[in-house]
Design a protein around this ligand. Structure first.
Ligand code: P1T
Length: 385
């Protein structure tokens, strides 16, 4: 079926980028598990394909699907979310400044500060919940503004339209890491961003069985540069992974609805619990950027962050006692996960930066899955008893 941008999200999720196989009629795009394509004469290829690092039909179908879901013209897929992030950073050169929001995934922080810093790219950390902080950090060398929203793990919500508006005036490229929201809840290109980045490992994949990343843009020039880098650097996903992601996006809208419902219930339950000092969830009216979240997101997502009253002792006890929630890094799968950012996902963030952000020993992050919510709440109740 040919889809168009007017089709609803669910229709595009299931059909965009995919046609029945022309040779057999198979409804599902085949796994073209091949590294190369035969040529009849040097340089004479049958269709569009010569070598799978450059392009592969299964990956092309996934890329077309993701472009449609984000409302973009082009998508490129990568071997991981950090590989996708690195590809965007390679648009910068020595001497350039990048403005990064202060609360991001620990691996993103490490990539900017410990890999690209060595190549002469300066990173300035900014709390982007105040747009004037972004304005102040811009200088003549600023090439890129990297927004993650909601942020990992503090769930700050950044006004995408406000920040991209400032960037546009200064001709600075913007990239939004949309991993926590997924394309179902938020479409940054429509809010002025130049590039959207995803760790497909999370909600897009949704089943905790593959690692992958993606970039989406509507800017032809940026796409051509990124496509050249994808070919030249080669951090492409495996073909079977592309098939898994293509299968996963078909249910993204249904999964996200349930993630949002369950997370809201879990957040409300924990907010009223005596052992909890504070709950951070964009869907609670107590969240400082609740209004921004309401404006730019279709739902508030599946991530909930909490502070326990008794620091490390209480958080360790809770994390060891959960039965349905699994103690593990990562997020966005159908199964609920729980983790300790200071010791696990954000251990690579320098301690003083963690302290400034509030990533303390009492902080616990929940990725609320799509199990029966009453069972999830009962599990948290017994773990906190
Ligand atoms: O793990 P990978 O697919 O390379 O994705 C990196 C990444 C990028 N952006 C965000 C917002 C992320 O949360 C991640 C990965 N995050 C975890 C593994 C985690 O547990 O937070």
């Amino acid at each position: 079926m040919k889809t168009n941008p007017e089709h609803g999200f669910g229709t595009r999720a299931i059909h965009a980028g995919q046609q029945p196989d022309p040779t057999t009629g198979a409804i599902i795009t085949p796994i073209y598990q091949t590294s190369t394509f035969v040529q009849s004469s040097p340089g004479v290829i049958k269709g569009e394909y010569d070598y799978s690092r450059a392009a592969n039909p299964t990956r092309d179908a996934l890329q077309a699907n993701l472009a449609s879901l984000e409302g973009g013209r082009h998508a490129l897929c990568y071997a991981s979310g950090v590989a996708a992030t690195g590809a965007v950073l390679h648009l910068c050169s020595a001497g350039d400044r990048v403005i990064l929001c202060d609360d991001v995934y620990g691996g993103t922080n490490r990539l900017f500060h410990r890999v690209f810093a060595q190549l002469g790219i300066e990173t300035v950390l900014v709390d982007m919940t105040r747009v004037e902080n972004v304005r102040k950090a811009i200088n003549e060398h600023t090439k890129l503004i990297w927004i993650e929203t909601p942020t990992n793990p503090m769930l700050k919500v950044i006004d995408i339209e406000a920040v991209t508006g400032v960037a546009r005036k200064h001709r600075i490229t913007t990239c939004v890491d949309n991993t926590f929201a997924s394309p179902y809840l938020q479409n940054p290109l429509r809010l002025g961003a130049d590039i959207v980045c995803h760790s497909m490992t999370k909600y897009i994949g949704g089943h905790s069985d593959a690692i992958g990343g993606a970039l989406v843009t509507s800017d032809d020039e940026i796409h051509q540069k990124l496509k050249f880098l994808q070919l030249s650097e080669g951090a492409v996903p495996g073909i079977f992974e592309c098939f898994l992601y293509l299968r996963s996006t078909k249910t993204l809208h249904v999964r996200m609805e349930r993630h949002c419902q369950n997370a809201q219930r879990v957040a409300e339950y924990l907010a009223a619990h005596a052992a909890i000092e504070k709950v951070i969830y964009p869907g609670l009216t107590s969240h400082p950027q609740h209004a921004t979240a309401k404006k730019q997101m279709r739902g508030f997502g599946g991530m909930v962050t909490i502070y326990l009253k008794n620091g490390l002792e209480a958080s360790r006890r809770m994390l060891e006692r959960v039965q349905i929630f699994a103690l593990a890094e990562s997020l966005g799968g159908v199964e609920s996960l729980i983790e300790h950012p200071a010791i696990m996902t954000h251990a690579s963030v320098p301690p003083d930066q963690r302290a400034r952000l509030g990533i303390s020993d009492g902080l616990v992050r929940l990725s609320v899955g799509i199990e029966d919510v009453d069972d999830l709440i009962a599990d948290l109740k017994q773990a906190l008893a």
